[in-house]
Design a protein around this ligand. Structure first.
Ligand code: TYM
Length: 320
């Protein structure tokens, strides 16, 4: 079984990325042959500074490794180290109906938020399909926001196979019911573009400040509060132990505790949860050569696998 997923180097990784994709991907690396990559081609649609892009790629690599990606079990690489994926993207685009891309939410959302309406942004799902199909992926663990892109991938693969024969493997998305849509500090989906993120490796003081500034209603300290309708509680459930969760739920219901106290508990559970990963990250930061080496080795394994698919694909469509 081949498992594949990607993450854009468009800023610091956040708790939504962690619970929606990184944690499931890290668990799956024991179940099959995992391929995880840093989608730098994709992030060129929004990141326009070369220095920033290089720095982001390095940070994502360090952060993902610190969180538990094991480069012995999983092939970990940079998307652009396998340029054949751009070739496959073109070949797929020749079978992709315009209407399929016109229906994609992410293009509409991004242009509505002021991103330039480029062809790259429009054709983003085709490159994503190429990422998935070039490694004959069976399972693609992602958060809910990527679901439509995976449906598009399946449609494109079926179109290609209809035209050229059974060349491409049709992948399945793997979206866990839990944590498929982690909320941000304002209750909307956590996302860099909404400015509501809690970084995995945020600075201690800044993160405490972010958590303490979560907006709450004006229910008085003594009054009971609804744990089912609280962002603090939603985030706490991700990082606290079962016993801590039960205690806080109870304190919500009985009253007598204020939101300030709940926020303090959220911060300490968050800080504790990511502590071992912070320590591992310090070790990785001390040895940047090690991270580059991991990505180089991953790239060479990924190129080998991609080359096999490309041979099949080129033959099937008559360019070889
Ligand atoms: P990206 O970089 O936006 O996000 C990486 C992963 O994190 C998940 N995620 C979330 N999950 C739950 N709750 C949230 N609030 C949340 N925010 C982000 C995303 O669903 C994603 O799984 N297009 C992709 C990158 C990509 C890719 C691929 C993924 C490029 N090629 C091929 C899979 C297969 C993206 O922008 O993810």
């Amino acid at each position: 079984m081949r498992i594949l997923s990607g993450i854009q180097p468009s800023g610091r990784l956040h708790v939504g990325n962690y619970f929606g994709m990184m944690d499931p991907a890290i668990h799956l690396q024991d179940d099959g042959e995992a391929f995880y990559f840093i989608a730098d081609y994709h992030s060129l649609t929004t990141v326009h500074s070369p220095e920033e892009l290089r720095e982001n790629v390095h940070n994502v690599a360090v952060d993902f490794l610190a969180c538990g990606l094991d480069p012995i079990k999983a092939t970990f690489f940079r998307q652009s180290d396998v340029p054949a994926v751009a070739e496959l993207s073109w070949l797929l685009s020749t079978v992709t109906p315009m209407g399929l891309l016109e229906r994609c939410h992410s293009y509409k959302d991004k242009t509505a938020r002021g991103h330039e309406a480029t062809h790259g942004l429009f054709a983003y799902p085709v490159l994503m399909a190429a990422d998935i199909l070039i490694y004959d992926s069976d399972i693609v663990p992602v958060g809910e926001d990527q679901k439509q892109h995976l449906e598009v991938t399946r449609d494109i693969a079926l179109k290609f196979n209809n035209r050229f024969g059974e060349v491409l493997v049709i992948p399945k998305p793997k979206i866990r019911e839990v944590n498929a849509k982690v909320p941000g500090l304002d209750g909307k989906k956590m996302s860099k573009s909404y400015g509501n993120t809690l970084e995995i490796f945020g600075d201690e003081k800044a993160t405490r400040k972010k958590i303490m500034s979560i907006v709450t209603d004006s229910t008085p300290v003594e009054a009971p509060k609804d744990p089912a309708d609280s962002i603090i509680m939603d985030l706490y459930r991700l990082v606290a132990s079962d016993a801590e969760i039960a205690t806080m739920e109870n304190d919500f219901k009985t009253g007598g505790c204020g939101y300030g106290d709940f926020k303090k508990r959220l911060f300490s559970a968050y800080w504790e949860f990511f502590k071992p990963m912070r320590e591992r990250r310090e070790e990785l930061l001390a040895d940047p050569g090690q991270v580059d080496k991991i990505l180089r080795q991953g790239a060479s394994r990924a190129r080998e696998t991609a080359a096999k698919t490309m041979e099949r694909v080129r033959k099937a469509c008559g360019i070889q």
